[in-house]
Write a protein that binds this ligand. Structure first.
Ligand code: GTQ
Length: 348
């Protein structure tokens, strides 16, 4: 290269790039720092969605399109740094789904896994491979990969839940499959509570194979039980300085995360709690179940109240100031990062 005259070096490089570009080749050195940054870089921005603001749109949508026509009547929670990409973090999708009294969201299955976190209303059900479970606010419900699922609302009030799906992860691997069930509603083949009875009482049927593969055999973790666990934990020990009292939803057959691609958590912050800053590589979506306060995410500060959703991008420092006793549900792509040896956290 020493023989190339300096003033023409830039032009010569550009000319080389142009020629190799036609043969689908590109110089690494022009993009190396972008490809391998010093610390997590993501277009995902800290954001909060007020339920009070989102709800009227959802109810208006309820008047303009049926659950049946929409297939799933959902308002996607789009990260402001990734508009149009149908995601809330770089790897995860979230939305608010509405099902009105008398409606049915027809049965289908897909390789993407879904979680439901019930935000408002009671009495709707979701069915997973022949078993229905009735939804109550704060319940954490799983639709495992490739299981038939439909939702229905035989009750008398609108029911809204937050959907969390691993759409982007499955897309990254180009492993998406989807099938429509031949009828609108799948037949019920097990009694309500069957999964909880078989796997949720520290018992397991002899020689039982995991009914949902790598996903927990329990597909409804009721809020009443999660809340009780948090309460009892808080009675006997002090809060973690970063997390308050935080628990992870578990697959009882493995002791690991309840879902293979998504981790889910529930945590309690005492009234007046000011947390120490915490960051981790799993960008995390939070749904406020109870309480109000302030959360600092990176350079942003949000006031939260019950039913709001907010997102903390990968490696953004997170700090809570709970005005009232607060319960937060959260989910992230942590299982994948742990499986690949990528997950990191930092306190303070
Ligand atoms: O309930 O099956 O928010 O398939 C997006 C895709 C919900 C669902 C969503 C879905 C569903």
């Amino acid at each position: 290269m020493a023989s190339v005259p300096q003033p023409t070096l830039g032009a010569a490089r550009q000319e080389l790039y142009r020629r190799m570009d036609r043969d689908n080749l590109a110089p690494l050195w022009e993009v190396l720092h972008e490809l391998i940054p010093n610390a997590p870089a993501t277009a995902c921005r800290p954001a909060l969605w007020k339920y009070r603001q989102a709800r009227p749109y959802l109810m208006e949508a309820g008047k303009l399109i049926t659950a049946k026509e929409a297939i799933r009547r959902v308002l996607i929670l789009e990260n402001p740094g990734m508009r149009g990409e149908s995601c809330i973090t770089q790897s995860l999708y979230a939305g608010l789904q509405l099902i009105l009294p008398g409606e049915i969201a027809p049965s289908h299955r897909h390789s993407q896994s879904a979680l439901r976190f019930i935000v408002e209303g009671s009495g709707a059900y979701t069915a997973v491979d022949g078993e229905r479970t009735t939804m109550f606010p704060g319940d954490f419900i799983i639709t495992p990969s490739w299981t038939w699922h439909d939702h229905g609302n035989p009750g008398s009030e609108p029911v809204v839940w937050m959907d969390g799906l691993d759409i982007r992860i499955v897309q990254l691997f180009a492993a998406q499959f989807h099938e429509v069930y031949p009828e609108e509603v799948q037949p019920v083949s097990r009694s309500e509570g069957a999964s909880a009875a078989r796997y949720g009482n520290n018992l397991v049927p002899l020689a039982a194979a995991a009914p949902f593969g790598k996903t927990s055999p329990i597909f409804n973790y009721p809020y009443a039980r999660s809340r009780d666990s948090l309460d009892k934990l808080a009675q006997d020990q002090g809060p973690d300085p970063c997390h308050g009292w935080k628990m992870q939803f578990m697959n009882p057959l493995t002791g690991g995360h309840a879902m293979p691609t998504i981790a889910a958590f529930i945590q309690l912050l005492p009234k007046g709690f000011r947390s120490q800053a915490y960051r981790s590589t799993d960008g995390t979506i939070y749904s406020v179940v109870e309480g109000e306060g302030r959360v600092h995410v990176g350079d942003e500060t949000f006031e939260y109240e019950a039913r709001d959703t907010f997102v903390a991008p990968s490696w953004a420092p997170l700090r809570f100031e709970a005005k009232g006793e607060t319960v937060l549900f959260s989910f992230s792509d942590r299982p994948g990062q742990e499986a690949m040896g990528l997950w990191r956290e930092k306190r303070g």
